[in-house]
Design a protein around this ligand. Structure first.
Ligand code: PMP
Length: 399
């Protein structure tokens, strides 16, 4: 047998393969609702003004001095402040350890690696359903995964009681992954009281929460409000892990900027954890490109730029919400027999439509509308000029 003859084609990724199918469709009018990347109402990608201004402020010299440790630790502290709150005791007392990561994906991967090293027999409980890559990340890091019930396809809302039962029934000291806001793919988040209850049970069970926050700001339009779940857990005295991404909320998609952090018992423990995270990074890619973290830190530390960023997040979210409203109204005006309440009840980038795989196929075949097989629609791809077309098509396939 020749070298590599045994290598077979890898299975298609359920998300990126949607774009491939879309690109190979020769029809001029087609819709890609697969990818969760923000688009404006003309369907165009957006560079935020705060990012443009931050780019102008950064000097080449700073970018080239990529060994400057302070840039990175400053960035990690800025990220932790954003997640835990500006005046959080976590930051004041130096009770956190973190490293810049290759966006949200890299942050999850680093945490999974860290989990395997220090809790080799542990597993990670993931919500059902979740972003498909979570399963792959923990599998490739050789950490077993379990699932907990989360979404109810009948009500298209949260299965709260089942979720609580699964948390209670898991072995004490288990790891759980949560999406703190704008759950992908369902757009369904626990409310304040529900997070409080989850946090309370975590205390009793001594579980460890890991928050994958890829959409801070994108659920409510307010970055502080979207961190509520994390703030509740901190108030209740939990230690926790956090993955952050600036892909969506700063539009830094291909810059791949993110952070993984762990809130620890005290600064001494933080120092040890940080050294171990750095050790993992050192053998994987040595150190992290500095341009993205510099952009983020520049925005977060300049009051005007930060305010501008917060406004721009709101503009993006308001557009997503207004498209949800129009989509629901249009479907209702078509006298569709189904209920479309959940279009506006769900939050964030995605509308988890409940369309069956057959209906998704029909939308693709007959209307050239592309989405993942589970019926997840990226609201970012919906605009004033295609929302009627989309509503009509959904109506046709669900009649
Ligand atoms: N976690 C979740 C829940 C996500 O939806 C995503 C993006 N689709 C990520 C992490 C990773 O995002 P990125 O690596 O692009 O920052």
């Amino acid at each position: 047998m020749g070298w590599w003859d045994h290598v077979q084609q890898a299975p298609k990724d359920p998300i990126t393969s949607v774009t491939q199918a879309f690109l190979s469709d020769p029809t001029p009018f087609k819709l890609n609702l697969g990818v969760g990347a923000y688009r404006d109402d003309k369907g165009k990608p957006v560079t935020l003004e705060c990012v443009r201004r931050a780019t102008e402020k950064i000097s080449d010299c700073e970018i080239l001095e990529s060994t400057k440790a302070t840039t990175k630790s400053k960035f990690v502290q800025d990220c932790v402040k954003l997640a835990c709150g500006n005046d959080s005791s976590v930051v004041r007392e130096g009770r956190f350890a973190g490293v810049p990561a290759l966006s949200g994906t890299g942050a999850c991967r680093l945490f999974a690696e860290f989990q395997r090293r220090f809790y080799p027999d542990s597993q990670m409980f993931l919500p059902m359903p979740t972003w498909s890559n979570h399963h792959d990340i923990w599998r490739d890091s050789q950490v077993c995964t379990g699932t907990y019930r989360y979404y109810n396809p009948y009500s298209k809302g949260l299965r709260f009681q089942a979720l609580v039962n699964d948390i209670k029934n898991a072995p004490d000291r288990s790891f759980f992954l949560f999406h703190p806001c704008a759950h992908n793919p369902t757009g369904v988040d626990p409310n304040y009281e529900q997070w409080k209850e989850i946090s309370h049970i975590f205390k009793i069970k001594n579980h460890f929460p890991f928050f994958d926050m890829a959409y801070q700001g994108i659920a409510s339009g307010d970055v502080e409000r979207d961190a509520t779940a994390i703030r509740i857990f901190l108030e209740d005295g939990h230690l926790l892990g956090c993955a952050q991404s600036f892909s969506k909320n700063m539009g830094l998609y291909e810059h791949r900027v993110g952070c993984v952090s762990i809130v620890s018992r005290d600064d001494k423990q933080a120092t040890a954890i940080k050294s171990q995270l750095q050790r993992i990074v050192r053998a994987m890619y040595s150190s992290f490109p500095v341009h993205g973290p510099l952009l983020v830190s520049t925005i977060l530390n300049d009051a005007d730029l930060k305010a501008l960023w917060e406004e721009e997040v709101k503009v993006m979210v308001d557009r997503l919400i207004s498209m949800r409203v129009t989509l629901r109204q249009t479907l209702e005006e078509l006298n569709s027999s189904s209920s479309w309440e959940h279009v506006t009840k769900q939050v964030g980038m995605f509308y988890f439509s409940g369309l069956s795989p057959e209906e998704v196929n029909q939308l693709q075949r007959d209307f050239h509308i592309y989405m993942t097989n589970d019926g997840r629609i990226s609201m970012a791809g919906v605009t004033s000029s295609n929302v009627d077309y989309l509503a009509n098509a959904i109506h046709e396939v669900t009649k």
